[in-house]
Design a binder for this molecule. Structure first.
Ligand code: DC
Length: 230
C-alpha cells in the first residue's frame, strides 16, 4: 500500500461523530481531519471580509476557500488542534450556531467544495487518517477501506447539543435547537452537490441508544476484521 489508510466517519451533526473520530484517531495514533471546521472557517472568514454567503458570491467565496490562511496548531494523535484563522485564535468562535448556519450555506456551493478538496486530501498522511464530515466516504476519500455512517434521532441529537451548550453556561431552548438541527439536516441532505448520505459500502451505526464507548467498540471490531490498522 503506497497511501496511508483512511477511516471515514460521516453523519449529521450531533450523531457523535466528532467525539468518536477524535477518540479513534487518538487510540490509533492517526491524524484527524475535522472537515466541518474548514466550512466553519470559511463562513467566519467570509463574515470577517464582509462577503455575504450566497450563490451570487460563489466565485469570491471559492477564492477565499482556496487561500484560507489557517493553521491547525498542536494537533497530536487525535487531540483537536488550536485553530488559527488569519492570525487569530478562533477555536471557540467557529463553534457557535451562527457560524454553523453559515457553514451549511457555503457548503452547498460546488465551487467552494472543489476549492476545499485538495486541502482535505492533504491530511492523508502516514500512519493513517480518521476523517470526519458529511462526504468523506462518498467524495473526498471514496477509496477508504473503512467507512462509517453514524446517525442518531433528531431528538437525541438536539438533546446532546442542549446539554453541551448548557454545560458551557449558554441560555438555550431545546425546541429551538431541534428546529435548527432539522433545518440543517434538510439543507445538508437535499443539496445537489455531495449531499449527506451514506456511501454504498458504509457501515451504518445508529448511536441513539449507544454510548461513545459502544460505538467505538463496534468500529474496533470492523477495523480488526479488515486488518487495516496494524
Ligand atoms: O460537522 P460540522 O457541524 O462542523 O459541519 C458544519 C457544516 O459544514 C455542516 O452544516 C455541513 C457542512 N459540511 C459539509 O458539507 N461537508 C463536510 N465534509 C463537513 C461539513
Amino acid at each position: 500500500m503506497n497511501q496511508a489508510p483512511v477511516i471515514t466517519i460521516d453523519g449529521p451533526s450531533g450523531s457523535g461523530k466528532g467525539t468518536v473520530a477524535a477518540r479513534l484517531a487518538k487510540e490509533l495514533g492517526w491524524n484527524l481531519l475535522d472537515s466541518g471546521a474548514l466550512y466553519r472557517l470559511l463562513a467566519l472568514a467570509a463574515h470577517n471580509h464582509r462577503v455575504k454567503v450566497g450563490v451570487e458570491n460563489e466565485a469570491t467565496l471559492s477564492q477565499l476557500a482556496r487561500h484560507l490562511d489557517v493553521q491547525f496548531v498542536g494537533a497530536t494523535e487525535g487531540t483537536p488542534a488550536k485553530i488559527v484563522l488569519e492570525g487569530a485564535d478562533v477555536t471557540q468562535d467557529i463553534r457557535n450556531e451562527d457560524v454553523a448556519a453559515g457553514a451549511s450555506e457555503v457548503a452547498a456551493l460546488p465551487a467552494v467544495r472543489a476549492a476545499l478538496l485538495e486541502r482535505q486530501r492533504a491530511f492523508q498522511e502516514f500512519p493513517g487518517l480518521v476523517a470526519d464530515g458529511r462526504d468523506m466516504g462518498t467524495v473526498v476519500f471514496a477509496e477508504a477501506p473503512l467507512k462509517i455512517f453514524l446517525t442518531a434521532s433528531a431528538e437525541e441529537r438536539a438533546r446532546r447539543r442542549y446539554l453541551q451548550l448548557k454545560a458551557k453556561g449558554d441560555d438555550v431552548s431545546l425546541p429551538r435547537l431541534l428546529d435548527e438541527i432539522c433545518a440543517r439536516d434538510k439543507r445538508d441532505t437535499q443539496r445537489a452537490i455531495a449531499p449527506l448520505k451514506p456511501a454504498a459500502d458504509a457501515i451504518q451505526l445508529d448511536s441513539t441508544e449507544l454510548s461513545v464507548e459502544q460505538v467505538l467498540e463496534r468500529i474496533r471490531s470492523e477495523i480488526a476484521q479488515r486488518d487495516i490498522a496494524r
